[in-house]
Design a protein around this ligand. Structure first.
Ligand code: ZN
Length: 154
């Protein structure tokens, strides 16, 4: 979303600083106009701000929390993990992503964040998620992944 400069009405500005307010639902950003270099502040409601996810190969899509939740639910299928725990993971990841000043994030980064959460939660869910996210080609790669977990737990 372009925030027009209130001075020269140019649409382009760069973000100098971002801060979340009211538990992350509003984001205050200090911006600097690219044309006239004057500074101004915007208050953005979280649901109004599209967060872009860059996929492998450079494709972009709007961040969708339902999609992320579905991915986690698949990985956690039949595991003793409460649904509220899964949506808490999504909440935390979304809040972290929205807290940063970049309106774009790579799907790799999101995948890694999910894996960090699952690692401490459930090994099976972790490996399932990792197998989708890393696109394991064979059993050998899954075993490598399990070895990595073992190394982290030691
Ligand atoms: Zn300006």
């Amino acid at each position: 979303m372009a925030y027009a400069c209130p001075y020269c009405k140019d649409g382009e500005s760069r973000v100098l600083d971002s801060r979340s307010l009211d538990s992350g639902f509003t984001i205050r950003r200090r911006r600097e106009c690219i044309s006239c270099s004057r500074r101004f502040t915007t208050y953005e409601r979280v649901e109004d701000i599209p967060l872009w996810v860059t996929k492998k190969g450079g494709r972009r899509e709007i961040f969708c929390r339902d999609k992320l939740l579905t991915g986690i639910m698949k990985a956690c299928e039949k595991r003793p993990i409460a649904h509220t725990k899964m949506s808490a993971i999504v909440d935390e990841i979304e809040r972290k992503l929205r807290d940063q000043s970049e309106p774009e994030v790579s799907s790799m980064t999101i995948g890694q964040m999910v894996m960090d959460h699952l690692l401490g939660l459930d090994t099976v869910a972790y490996v399932r998620f990792a197998s989708v996210y890393r696109e394991f080609k064979d059993v050998g790669e899954i075993l490598d992944c399990l070895e990595e977990i073992g190394a982290k737990e030691r």
